[in-house]
Design a protein around this ligand. Structure first.
Ligand code: HEC
Length: 391
C-alpha cells in the first residue's frame, strides 16, 4: 500500500540553490512553494487522483500506532476496527483509539523523539531541554507559540521511563522566550556571527531556507544578478557605510544582501550567547576575520538600523522577536505542515503543503490559529483527518 505522492516541481528550488555559497554545512531542508506557480492541468490531474482514494481505517491505524506510540497496534486494536460493521463505526472506533494512544506515556516519548529530530538537537541533558519543552506542550495541549514566547519553565526535563516531565528554568541568564533563548540551542548552533542560530530559527519555524523575504520586483545593483530583497539595499553593513568589517553589500559573485538583508536585521539579537549558550553583556560570537575578533553591532547594521523579525516588523529584544514570529501566519502554517510531514512519513518539509489538498491544510491552519495553536489538538486533527485515513 502506497500513498499517492503529490509533490510537484518546486519553483523555489532554483532560488534556494543560490544558498550553496555559504549555506550548505548542514542539510537542513527548505522549500516554500505554495503551489501557485504550478500548471492548472497538473493540479486537475492530482485532484482527480485524490478523489480516487478510499478510506482504510485499518491501514491508518497501523501508521498512527507506529508514529504515536512507537509500536504496531495490538491484535485487539486491529480486530476491533477490522470487525466493525460499517464505516461510521470504524471511524468512531479509530478516532477513539487515536485519542487513547495520545494519552499513553509512549506518546510522550514519541513526541520527545519527534522534537529532537525536528530541532536537530538532543541526547545530552543540556541539549534535551528544548525537545522536552516542545514534547510537554504536545502532551499537555499547550500552545505551539509558547516555543517562541514563554517566559518560564523553558528548560523542563523528560523522564523517558515514566513518560513524565519535570518543570525547569533555563539558567543561562538573559531574556526568556521559549526555545529562542534556550542554552542548548545556542550552544549547538554556535558559529561565526551567530548566523547559524538564525538559520536554525528560520528553517525550524518558517520551514524555508534563506532568502526569507523576496520582493515582487528585483533591482539592478551592478552585479551579475539583481537584488531581490525587500529591505533597502544599503540597510546592511559594508566597509563603506558605517564600520562594517565584512561587505554584505558585495555583488561580485552572489548578491549577499538577498539573504543577509533579513539575516543581519535578526542576528544581533542572538549574538550575545557564548559558545556554551550563556547570555553575556557583550556580543560573544566570533567573526571569520583575522584573529577572530568578536562581532559588534556595526558589523551587521549601519547606524540608524534596528533589529527586526521582518521588514517593517521591528523587534528590540528576543521576547519582542518571539512575539512577532508568533503573530506571523507563516509560522503557524509551517507548524501545521510539519505535523503533516511527520504523519505522512516524509523526512523533508519541502513541498509538504502539496501532500494534502490545500483546502485541508487551510482548514487546519484556521482551526489551529483560531483555537490557540494547541499542539495536541493539531496532532489529533491530522491523524483523524480524511486525508490521513485515505489511501
Ligand atoms: C542564499 C542566502 C545567502 C547568501 C546569498 C549569502 N549568505 Fe552568508 N550566510 C547565509 C546563511 C544561512 C549563513 C549561516 C550558515 C550556517 O552557519 O549554517 C551564512 C553565513 C555567513 C557567514 C558566516 C560564515 C562562517 O564562517 O560561519 C558570513 C561571513 C557570511 N555568511 C557572509 C556572506 C557574504 C559576504 C555573502 C556574499 C558574498 C553571503 N554571505 C551570501 C546565507 C547567505
Amino acid at each position: 500500500m502506497k500513498r499517492i505522492s503529490l509533490t510537484l516541481a518546486c519553483g523555489a528550488a532554483a532560488l534556494l540553490g543560490a544558498a550553496a555559497a555559504c549555506n550548505d554545512s548542514v542539510p537542513m531542508d527548505g522549500g516554500g512553494d505554495d503551489g501557485s506557480g504550478s500548471g492548472s492541468n497538473m493540479l486537475d490531474e492530482w485532484d482527480q487522483r485524490l478523489t480516487e482514494r478510499v478510506t482504510d481505517y485499518s491501514a491508518a491505524l497501523r501508521i498512527a500506532a507506529l508514529r504515536l506510540t512507537g509500536d504496531l497496534p495490538s491484535m485487539t486494536e486491529i480486530v476491533e476496527i477490522g470487525s466493525a460493521p460499517d464505516e461510521a463505526t470504524k471511524k468512531s472506533l479509530y478516532n477513539a483509539r487515536v485519542a487513547e494512544y495520545m494519552n499513553r506515556p509512549a506518546y510522550a516519548k514519541q513526541m520527545f523523539y519527534f522534537w529532537r529530530d525536528t530541532f536537530r538537537l538532543g541526547e545530552t541533558a543540556e541539549f534535551d531541554t528544548a525537545p522536552a519543552m516542545a514534547a510537554q506542550l504536545s502532551v499537555e495541549n499547550g500552545s505551539y507559540m509558547n516555543l517562541l514566547t514563554a517566559n518560564a519553565n523553558n528548560c523542563p526535563t523528560f523522564d523517558e521511563g515514566a513518560g513524565t516531565f519535570a518543570a525547569g528554568e533555563c539558567t543561562n541568564n538573559g531574556p526568556k522566550a521559549g526555545v529562542l533563548t534556550n542554552p542548548g540551542v545556542h550552544k549547538q548552533f554556535f558559529s561565526n556571527f551567530a548566523f547559524r542560530r538564525v538559520r536554525w530559527i528560520q528553517e525550524t519555524f518558517d520551514c524555508t531556507k534563506f532568502p526569507a523575504e523576496v520582493a515582487d520586483s528585483s533591482i539592478d545593483v551592478g552585479g551579475a544578478s539583481p537584488y531581490t530583497g525587500v529591505w533597502p539595499f544599503a540597510s546592511i553593513s559594508s566597509p563603506t557605510n558605517g564600520n562594517g568589517r565584512v561587505n554584505f553589500q558585495d555583488t561580485s559573485a552572489v548578491i549577499c544582501a538577498n539573504c543577509h538583508s533579513t539575516i543581519n536585521h535578526i542576528t544581533p539579537l542572538f549574538a550575545y550567547y557564548d559558545m556554551n549558550g550563556q547570555y553575556k553583556t557583550d556580543m560573544a560570537v566570533p567573526t571569520p576575520l583575522e584573529g577572530a575578533p568578536p562581532a559588534v553591532f556595526s558589523d551587521y547594521l549601519p547606524p540608524g538600523e534596528v533589529t527586526a523579525w521582518r521588514f517593517g516588523v521591528p523587534a528590540a529584544d528576543i521576547p519582542a522577536f518571539g512575539a512577532a514570529m508568533a503573530a506571523d501566519p507563516a509560522i503557524a502554517k509551517c507548524g501545521v505542515a510539519r505535523m503533516w510531514n511527520w504523519a505522512l512519513g516524509k523526512t523533508d518539509i519541502v513541498d509538504t503543503l502539496q501532500e494534502v489538498p490545500a483546502a485541508t491544510i487551510a482548514t487546519q491552519i484556521a482551526a489551529f490559529s483560531g483555537g490557540g495553536f494547541k499542539l495536541k489538538d493539531l496532532i489529533y486533527a491530522v491523524y483523524t483527518s480524511d486525508d490521513f485515513t485515505k489511501f
